[in-house]
Design a protein. Structure first.
Length: 229
């Protein structure tokens, strides 16, 4: 069995994501011969290291260069990164899901274009104003609101419409969690209150981002939102 195959066999023993360090410790436990060899090589190096550190470094390097592609999933959302072994069945399922996710933006754009082609002038104005307000929050306050469809366009059970009556502004982070779920649309009061609460939190760190909170601009945007909501 090749060394990288032993690495994978060690990773298979975990049911969930683990760090590279935890993975290396399992390799050392299951394959003491690898650890003994790594210790000898570490002793010959000028820098202060150990066999366990050498194993972890080799695993980490192989992860970074794609040497385990098709065998592992990598979670880069936290540090240190975490990895998990995946079976062929899981790989096939993940590949199908990733392809569908890659196509989602195209599907969404096609739905939006067809809907906008049918909109009357007032609906197009509302759409344009929603987008301008969203951009203004980003430009003047560095707040990442996204124009969300309360009833998601790509919801499999009950797809929503691309129409101003289905729009709401929510933070990018919240929208990422919502994905294609359907939410009851904010009432106007709820929408304005949501934005105010976001600003209250944002003011705590705004000066660290070099952002000035101008209440006049905020109030103006809120009034514009009232008109088209």
């Amino acid at each position: 069995m090749k060394t990288y195959e032993k690495y994978l066999e060690a990773l298979k023993t975990f049911e969930d994501y683990v760090t590279v360090s935890e993975w290396a410790e399992k390799v050392a436990l299951l394959y003491p011969g690898l650890l003994e060899k790594a210790n000898k090589e570490a002793d010959e190096q000028k820098n202060d290291t150990t066999g366990l550190r050498e194993i972890a470094a080799r695993i980490g390097s192989r992860v970074s260069t794609g040497g385990f592609d098709g065998y592992i999933k990598i979670n880069d959302m936290e540090r240190p990164r975490r990895v998990k072994y995946i079976s062929k069945e899981e790989l096939d399922e993940n590949t199908t899901q990733e392809i569908e996710e890659d196509l989602e933006p195209l599907n969404r754009k096609e739905i939006e274009k067809k809907a906008e082609d049918k909109m009357v002038l007032k609906e197009l104005y509302r759409l344009d104003e929603f987008r301008n307000i969203q951009k203004a929050f980003k430009t003047f306050f560095n707040l990442d609101f996204e124009l969300d469809h309360a009833k998601a366009l790509l919801n499999e059970d009950d797809a929503g419409e691309h129409h101003p009556d289905n729009f709401q502004l929510i933070l990018k982070y919240h929208n990422g969690k919502k994905v294609n779920k359907n939410w009851e649309r904010f009432t106007l009061d709820e929408q304005l209150n949501y934005i105010r609460k976001c600003f209250e939190l944002h003011t705590l760190v705004a000066n660290r981002f070099g952002v000035s909170i101008d209440e006049n601009i905020l109030n103006s945007l809120m009034e514009r939102l009232k008109e088209v909501y």
